[in-house]
Design a protein around this ligand. Sequence first.
Ligand code: NAD
Length: 291
Amino acid sequence: MTILLADAFAPDLPGRLAPFGNVVTDLKQLPEAEVLIVRSKTKVDKAMIDAAPKLKYIIRGGVGVDTIDVEYAKTKNILVDNTPEASSLAVAELAFALMLAMPNHLVQADNSTKEGKWLKKELERTELNGKVLGLVGIGRIAREVASRAKAFGMRVVAYDKYVPSSESAEMMSLDEVYAQADYISLHTPLTEETRGMINSASIAKMKQGVRIINTCRGQVVVEEDLVAALVSGKVAGYAADVFYKEPPADSPLLKAPNVLLTPHIGASTEENLLRLGDSIVARLEKYTASK
Ligand code: NAD
């Protein structure tokens, strides 16, 4: 069988997949592919599925299948899978890095010091210790963030529509999380319920000077509403790894104050690419055994 690796994975992955079939990396070979393996970059839409008449199995190396037209794949009897177990640590560490970078003004401090400025007074920091972290969603990634936050002396509260209790956080209503949190970190999937959930109405319920970290999906946030809140000072900082449109060429966030942006690198650690490889190999073993 032909296995098409469409996005960037660990360099050893083609070799590890070779025992399962003919491994190719050129999208031109899509018509031959029985297995298509993607990360976030390649969007598997109707046109792509139609161009792959032999396709039987799509694996997304990552959490969630929102980059794949799952309903259409179903009508063609194509199995769709992802590797939700692999990326939690990598994303949690980035969320934490973003949360630390904001109150410590790391980017501004580095830039200004290199420009020959000495902004000792201007760059007064605040501590995470004693602050309240509000998690929206208490899944795998959020739980890793929670344990790190506790080690920094934060109180961790959370809301999850589908998980009533958790050992990782004090569970409460979404409005209570908004009212109490000094930092809000978003960890839901993108669904019709979560799309646009951070908007002017929800921001109005948050604390003055709240900081928001988004490593889940850009479309969970209404970027224009967030920019207005950054300009007014209601939101003191927004750090995001994900955007409404990626890359975010026209996003108003690019010119907004107090934003810290990374190019969707949450899962891109060396260690995680190896873990993704392990998960993909395990899925192909199962797939070939079931044929
Ligand atoms: P998970 O499935 O373990 O956790 C998601 C949690 O969100 C679940 O507990 C679920 O009950 C909850 N949830 C669902 N709908 C909700 C709603 N309406 N309100 C509140 N909570 C809701 O997933 P995870 O592994 O923690 O990943 C979370 C998300 O992070 C993924 O769906 C993906 O979009 C994103 N992600 C981003 C990167 C990156 O590179 N930045 C990498 C991996 C995952």
